[in-house]
Design a binder for this molecule. Structure first.
Ligand code: HEC
Ligand code: HEC
Ligand code: HEC
Ligand code: HEC
Ligand code: HEC
Length: 198
């Protein structure tokens, strides 16, 4: 009865239609279009000493910030990118300003410098790798929900969400890459040497 009344009222009717469309769209995104076989293998990386220990766990797990909010370039370029200090300061001008690490960060910001973040993952220069192509096929083309994108990042970076300091926990060596390409060759993952080696 309530539903019927809503449909008679033009404003509420539109809201009802929008709601139905959203419901339909969400059920589409819940089921992904095709499956991906995740890679296998682990690696025991050392903690990389950083200028400021950046806690992924506090940001991602405790505060629900999406990986791609900070690593903005992942979906459209080769590199995922480390966020500029201005992005940090969008929050840290007001959040946790009494904490020593935030005071360190603020000092970099005031000096117009970036903290000199050290690389955690670093492929040799003769290997070609692109985030964009992988994320397109492993996530966006199959309508994998963007809010869960960390599960796709985890294929190659592990459980960053729970890390107090970013650490390399997947081998990212030739066997790791090639095995995943073999498992997912139906999705166009190449096996030719020259695709990965320029
Ligand atoms: C609030 C911003 C922010 C969010 C959200 C965030 N990161 Fe980061 N990430 C950083 C910063 C800053 C660094 C550089 C410091 C470091 O390496 O510890 C970094 C480093 C990394 C690195 C290591 C880069 C290298 O040098 O190889 C990986 C991998 C990474 N992040 C993945 C993720 C994943 C996956 C998520 C989501 C689960 C995520 N990040 C969420 C800010 C963020
Ligand atoms: C198929 C494997 C794979 C997936 C999936 C993946 N990465 Fe990476 N990522 C790599 C490799 C390999 C490197 C090292 C690249 C290099 O050294 O040239 C890297 C490097 C990085 C770096 C540091 C260098 C850079 O590119 O800026 C960050 C940050 C990062 N990844 C974040 C992410 C995030 C966030 C996601 C998910 C949105 C993600 N990655 C998904 C394999 C992957
Ligand atoms: C969307 C908001 C947001 C952004 C953007 C953000 N942070 Fe944070 N950050 C938080 C919150 C919330 C906390 C938890 C504060 C608390 O515990 O009181 C936090 C905590 C921290 C802490 C731990 C402070 C401590 O000692 O307890 C560090 C270090 C930090 N952030 C660094 C960064 C850096 C570096 C960047 C940029 C790469 C960044 N944050 C971007 C919201 C943000
Ligand atoms: C989850 C499994 C998986 C892992 C792990 C993986 N790849 Fe891929 N890769 C794919 C798939 C699927 C494609 C096909 C993407 C497309 O072209 O649509 C692909 C495509 C590529 C391409 C072709 C991209 C282009 O520009 O045509 C290169 C190069 C590549 N991967 C390199 C690597 C390297 C190097 C690693 C290891 C550091 C790696 N991949 C790890 C699944 C994976
Ligand atoms: C899916 C991507 C991929 C393909 C395909 C691939 N490689 Fe590699 N290769 C890599 C990666 C990643 C490394 C870097 C390994 C490391 O840093 O430990 C590498 C390293 C190498 C090295 C340096 C020595 C070593 O083992 O570290 C040689 C030589 C090599 N590859 C030859 C080949 C040949 C020949 C083929 C074709 C039969 C091939 N690769 C196919 C990803 C690939």
């Amino acid at each position: 009865m309530v539903v019927k009344n809503r449909l008679i009222n033009p404003g509420a009717g539109l809201a009802g239609i929008i709601f139905l469309v959203m419901l339909l769209m969400s059920s589409v995104t819940l089921a992904t279009k095709y499956d991906v076989v995740p890679p296998s293998g682990t690696h025991k990386g050392e903690d990389v000493p950083q200028p400021i220990e950046f806690p992924h766990d506090i940001h991602v797990k405790d505060n629900g910030i999406n990986c791609m909010y900070c690593h903005t370039y992942a979906r459209r370029s080769t590199v995922a990118g480390i966020p500029p200090t201005s992005k940090c300061m969008g929050c840290h001008k007001v959040i946790a300003t009494d904490k020593p690490r935030i005071q360190q960060l603020t000092k970099y910001w005031e000096d117009k410098e970036s903290p000199p973040w050290k690389k955690v993952h670093d492929l040799p220069d003769f290997v070609h790798f692109t985030h964009e192509k992988h994320l397109k096929t492993l996530a966006f083309d199959r309508e994998f929900p963007v809010e869960n994108i960390k599960e796709i990042c985890a294929f190659c970076h592990g459980d960053v969400e729970n890390m107090t300091v970013a650490n390399k926990v997947k081998p990212l060596n030739m066997g790791f890459c090639i095995n995943c390409h073999i498992e997912n060759k139906d999705l166009g993952a190449p096996g030719d040497c020259w695709k990965c080696h320029k």
